[in-house]
Write a protein that binds this ligand. Structure first.
Ligand code: NAD
Ligand code: WQD
Length: 338
C-alpha cells in the first residue's frame, strides 16, 4: 500500500516508517523537521534496505501537500505531525492550535480532493484527563486539562464529525499511553531538543552523564511506592499497532478508537530501577514536589485493540530501557552526531 506519513521523521513516525517499509509498503514522509532531523530517515532507509520518499514541508502548506498527494497518490495517511510539549502548549497555545488542529484540517481537505479515504491519527491518553479512573476504556468520557490535550481532543472530534458526514472515510484514532524505547539496532530513537520533559529521555541523559540527577516529581501519590504510575509502551510495539490499524481499516468502514498501551502501570521508581538494571549505571535521583498537572496514575484497558486489531504489546519496560540505553550510548547527541 502507498502510505503518506506526516511527521515521519520524528520519534514514533520514524519507527512506524521503518515497520511499513519492512512490511513492503511504499512510504512518503511529509515533515517540516521542526522537531526532527532528516538523519532519522537516512537511518530508516539503511535499516529497511530501501528509502522512504521525503518532502520537507509543513502539513499546513496546501500547495506542497497537494503536490505530494498528486505525485504519490497515497491510499492511506498516518498523521503523526504535531507539537507535543504540554508545558510549552500553555505558553504558546496558538501555535499548538495552528500546528495540530490547522494541519489536520488541511490534510483532510487534501485527502478528500485526492480520493484518499483512510487516516490513522496519533491521539493521546491525555484525552482521558481527570474525568474517570484508570484503567481507561475507549468509551470513557474525554476532555483535556491543557492546550496540547485540547488539540488532540478537538482533532478527535473533527475526525468523528467528518467521518459521520462522509461514509467513505475510514478513521483510526490511536490513543497512545507513554511511548518509550528505541529500535533494537540503536540506530533510531528519541532525540528531544533541550531539557527532556519526559521521564525516559531524562533518565537516559542522567545515565549518559549529561545531567546530574533525576528529579522525581512527588512520592506522596496514592500508588504502591508513592510515585506516579504510567503505562509505558515500547515504540516498536506502537509502530506495529499502526500497521494493525491500517489492516483493520482496509476491511471496515467508519471511525474507530483504540488505546495503545500495555495495560500495566509502572511507577517512576520502577522505571529508574529497570533502567539501572538494563544499563548497569546508577541513576541518582531526588524526590521533589509534584509537577503541576500530573495525575497519580494512567494506564490503559487494552482489550479492544487486542480483540479488534489482534494487537498486543510484546515488549517490556526492561526491553525499552535496554534499547534506550543502547541508542543513547551510541548516539550521545542524538542524530546530531554518531
Ligand atoms: P516528534 O516531535 O518526535 O514527531 C513529530 C514530527 O512532526 C516531527 O518530526 C516534527 O518535525 C513534525 N511536525 C510537527 N508539526 C508539523 C507540521 N505542522 N507539519 C509537518 N511536520 C510537522 O513526536 P512523537 O513523539 O513522534 O509524536 C508523534 C505524534 O504522536 C504527535 O502527534 C504527538 O502529539 C503524538 N503523541 C506522542 C506521545 C509521546 O509521548 N511521544 C504520546 C501521545 C501522542
Ligand atoms: C511520566 C512520569 C512524572 C519527568 C506526557 C504527556 C502526555 C503524553 C506522554 C503526548 C510522571 C514523572 C517525569 C521527570 C519525573 N504525550 N517524571 N521526573 O506526563 O505521563 O505524559 O507524555 O501526548 O500527554 O502529558 O509523561 O514522561 O513526562 O512523566 O518524576 O523528570 O514520570 O511525574 O509520573 P506524562 P512523562
Amino acid at each position: 500500500m502507498r502510505v503518506l506519513v506526516t511527521g515521519g521523521a520524528g520519534f514514533i513516525g520514524s519507527h512506524t516508517t521503518l515497520s511499513l517499509l519492512e512490511q513492503g509498503h511504499d512510504v512518503l514522509v511529509v515533515d517540516d523537521l521542526s522537531n526532527s532531523s532528516e538523519e532519522s530517515l537516512r537511518r530508516v532507509a539503511e535499516l529497511a534496505g530501501r528509502e522512504p520518499g521525503f518532502v520537507k514541508a509543513n502539513v499546513r502548506d496546501e500547495q506542497a501537500l497537494d503536490a505530494a498527494f498528486a505525485d504519490f497518490k497515497p491510499e492511506a495517511v498516518i498523521h503523526f505531525a504535531g507539537w507535543k510539549a504540554v508545558g510549552e502548549s500553555t505558553q504558546i497555545p496558538l501555535v499548538y492550535y495552528r500546528e495540530n488542529v490547522g494541519s489536520t484540517i488541511t490534510l483532510l481537505e487534501t485527502m478528500a480532493k485526492h480520493d484518499c479515504h483512510t487516516i490513522v491519527f496519533s491521539s493521546s491518553a491525555t484525552v482521558y484527563g481527570e474525568l474517570s479512573e484508570p484503567p481507561f476504556v475507549e468509551d470513557a468520557p474525554t476532555g483535556a486539562t491543557n492546550p496540547y490535550g485540547r488539540t488532540k481532543h478537538m482533532v478527535e472530534q473533527i475526525l468523528t464529525d467528518v467521518a459521520a458526514a462522509d461514509p467513505q472515510l475510514r478513521v483510526g484514532i490511536l490513543r497512545y499511553f507513554n511511548p518509550i524505547g528505541a529500535h533494537e539496532s540503536g540506530r533510531i530513537g528519541e532525540d528531544p531538543k533541550g531539557i527532556p520533559n519526559n521521564l525516559l529521555p531524562f533518565v537516559a541523559q542522567v545515565a549518559a552523564g549529561r545531567r546530574e540527577k533525576l528529579m522525581v516529581f512527588g512520592d506522596d501519590y496514592p500508588t504502591p511506592d508513592g510515585t506516579g504510575t504510567r503505562d509505558y509502551i515500547h515504540v516498536v510495539d506502537l509502530a506495529a499497532g499502526h500497521l494493525a490499524a491500517l489492516d483493520y481499516l482496509g476491511n471496515n468502514d467508519g471511525c474507530h478508537v483504540w488505546n495503545l498501551g500495555t495495560g500495566k502501570p509502572n511507577s517512576v521508581l520502577e522505571v529508574v530501577h529497570a533502567f539501572e538494571a538494563a544499563s548497569g549505571v546508577e541513576i541518582p535521583y531526588e524526590i521533589v514536589a509534584r509537577r503541576p498537572g500530573d495525575v497519580a496514575s494512567s494506564y490503559a484497558n487494552v482489550d479492544r485493540a487486542h480483540q479488534e486489531l489482534g494487537w498486543r504489546a510484546e515488549k517490556s519496560v526492561a526491553d525499552a530501557c535496554a534499547d534506550t540505553y543502547r541508542w543513547q550510548s551510541a548516539n550521545p547527541n542524538g542524530f546530531g552526531e554518531g
